[in-house]
Design a protein around this ligand. Structure first.
Ligand code: DAH
Length: 339
């Protein structure tokens, strides 16, 4: 029996107790009714009288040891349980947050700005709520010009006229007020026109305006700048064509088409012409330079206004301009890798 007591002492030292389950196993093995301690007490009844004293002492020692061990590990197991029942399980995989994506208009606008930045243009911005001077008068719009009509412009107030800018050309005026030539600026922004909403036009859209004023700026500079831009934006093989046009603030004026990605075969997008109109441009009218305090004998300049929605329609082959403003996540998600 003494041997058994010795053996149990060794077993206790080797018993691994870390969790509540380990502790329960320990209790069942040694301290429960059917445990080994009870077995020993049962066996003790049959021990001869002369051995009783010695074995009884050893048995008591073992009992004390078992109880002490149990109490000690009870504390450890409780701490372990408290730690594992806390709210955060650090072994769980992290929660993933779906990343938003940039709007196709922003992507196109950023790309246009990046291309012109490489050509030496800096960015300027101006207010969306403007006065008549910056949107029309300083840009040589005659008083009877239809763009000044209520039909085209959203007026906020009449006399003095406060309105939503109908084009970013108003920022040209603000730039000329602030800066002396040489000026090489692009001006991205939102514009507003009182137009019926359809697949091809909207009452809110975006433009990137460009202005370059220095000595000896020529139409050739304009054409080469726009060609370089079109090839960066739509690929090396892109061609441009300039058609004569009219804008009050440029003379001569032109509209620029880029060759359609259908390669001239004709498609829905280019209405089977092989060309897509993307911007208006021209040489800044001397009257505009003078109205803005720039000596038109010394300086010449070119300007252009790019329709951003148009650019993005072409680039991403979007069929309906209205999809830009519907905020349908299924549409927007398609651009998550495009920036
Ligand atoms: N502002 C014109 C529009 O909204 C576009 C434009 C044409 C801008 C010619 C220019 C320009 O700077 O030179 O239709």
């Amino acid at each position: 029996m003494l041997d058994r007591i010795q053996q149990i002492k060794q077993d206790i030292a080797a018993f691994k107790i870390e969790t509540a389950a380990d502790l329960e196993a320990f209790r069942l093995k040694y301290l429960s009714k059917k445990g080994q301690m009870n077995d020993l007490f049962e066996a003790f009844k049959t021990v001869s009288k002369d051995q009783k004293r010695e074995i009884g002492q050893k048995l008591n020692e073992l009992k004390v040891l078992l109880n002490e061990t149990f109490e000690k590990y009870k504390e450890v197991a409780e701490q372990h349980a408290a730690a594992s029942s806390s709210d955060s399980d650090l072994t769980l995989p992290g929660e993933s947050f779906p990343l938003g994506s940039r709007h196709p208009i922003s992507i196109a606008m950023n790309e246009i700005c990046d291309i012109f930045a490489k050509l030496g243009f800096s960015v300027a911005e101006g207010p969306e709520i403007e006065d008549d001077w910056h949107v029309f008068s300083a840009l040589n719009f005659p008083p009877e010009h239809p763009a000044r009509d209520m039909q085209d412009t959203f007026f906020i107030q009449k006399c003095p006229d406060i309105l939503l800018r109908t084009h970013t050309s108003s920022v040209q005026v603000r730039v000329m007020e602030r800066m002396k030539p040489p000026i090489r600026m692009i001006m991205p922004g939102r514009v507003f026109r009182n137009e019926a909403i359809s697949a091809r036009s909207h009452c809110i859209f975006h433009q990137v305006e460009g202005l370059y004023i220095a000595e000896d700026v020529s139409f050739t500079d304009l054409k080469q700048t726009l060609l370089a831009f079109a090839r960066e934006m739509f690929g090396e093989k892109t061609d441009i064509r300039l058609r004569p046009s009219y804008f009050p603030f440029t003379e001569p004026s032109a509209e620029m088409d880029v060759s359609c990605s259908c390669g001239g075969k004709g498609c829905n997008l280019c209405k089977y012409t092989g060309w897509l109109e993307v911007l208006g441009c021209g040489m800044v009218d001397p009257a505009v330079l003078e109205a803005n305090g720039i000596d038109s004998k010394k300086y010449t300049g070119f300007a252009f206004g790019i329709g951003v929605e148009r650019m993005a329609l072409m680039k991403y082959k979007i069929k309906d301009i209205r999809t830009y403003f519907e905020n349908d996540v299924r549409f927007l998600q398609q651009f998550s890798t495009a920036f």
